[in-house]
Design a protein around this ligand. Structure first.
Ligand code: B1M
Length: 207
């Protein structure tokens, strides 16, 4: 099955096969959700488990991430309803100290696919940069991603900086260690566990 091949290829850090099999899946009508969730994302979960178990190390995590990213790029045009007038502007980034960007990129792609203008500030983004960019772009929403428990406090400082700047821009947060309880605790306007949920949340916030 093509999704199993994609899963195996990410775990083998075999970018060329990830690309070939992802394209084959698209061309043969495999559900995009299945390529994404059963192929690419499941493989990264497995990589994380192997890393926790001491069976894989950082360079291998990085190679798996490169392979996954190559597959994700091919899915990009298929990740939303697209077209039409802009539904609003979202400034997105991974917070200060955190270099993980695959989940953030997925959220960003799905928001673009859903018709939002997305300003992606990348990784390791300072609170001030979120505030400055949101003010310049008159953004509706600032979307913060974090994958490390140690960088969650940077979400709190960013939400605080947005409030202190007196901006109307709403803030949403997400990423593996983040929870709704944490969002409530730091006063963020929303939390989602995954990229489709983040799109739904932003649609509700700008409605
Ligand atoms: Co790192 N890493 N990593 N890593 N890495 C994790 C996160 C970890 C859980 C692995 C583990 O121990 N099992 C662990 C964190 C432990 C913790 O804090 N609790 C960890 C660690 C420890 C580290 C280092 C400290 C390792 C070291 O150096 N000793 C280091 C930190 C570097 C830094 O950031 N300062 C590090 C480095 C790296 C690489 C650079 C090698 C690489 C990242 C490459 C890249 O992103 N370009 C990497 C990777 C690949 C991972 C794992 C294996 C995979 C992450 C991923 O891309 N998943 C990860 C283990 C895991 O998560 N299972 C791990 C796929 C992606 C689609 O999922 O990003 O969770 P995710 O996004 C999801 C949701 O979370 C959500 O939507 C997506 C699904 O739809 N989401 C949002 C994400 N952002 C959102 C924002 C939203 C809404 C939803 O709204 C705004």
């Amino acid at each position: 099955m093509v999704t199993q091949d994609i899963f195996n290829a990410v775990l083998a850090f075999d970018e060329a096969t990830v690309v070939a099999k992802t394209q084959e899946g698209i061309d043969t009508g495999t559900a995009i959700d299945s390529i994404l969730n059963d192929g690419l994302i499941s493989a990264m979960d497995e990589v994380g488990e192997k890393f926790s178990a001491g069976e894989l190390f950082v360079p291998e995590m990085l190679m798996a991430a490169q392979a996954m990213k190559a597959g994700l790029e091919l899915l990009k045009p298929h990740l939303g309803e697209g077209g039409g007038q802009s539904k609003g502007t979202v400034v997105i980034g991974t917070v200060k100290g955190d270099l993980h960007d695959i989940g953030k990129n997925l959220v960003s792609m799905m928001m673009e696919g859903a018709g939002f203008d997305v300003v992606d500030l990348g990784v390791d983004v300072e609170s001030e940069a979120f505030v400055k960019s949101a003010a310049e772009k008159n953004a509706d929403v600032i979307a913060l991603s974090a994958l490390l428990t140690t960088t969650m406090p940077a979400m709190e400082s960013t939400v605080k900086a947005v409030k202190e700047a007196g901006m109307a821009t709403r803030t949403i947060i997400g990423g593996a260690p983040v929870t709704q309880a944490f969002a409530d605790q730091i006063g963020a306007d929303g939390y989602s566990a995954d990229a489709p949920g983040a799109v739904k949340l932003v649609k509700e916030l700008v409605a």
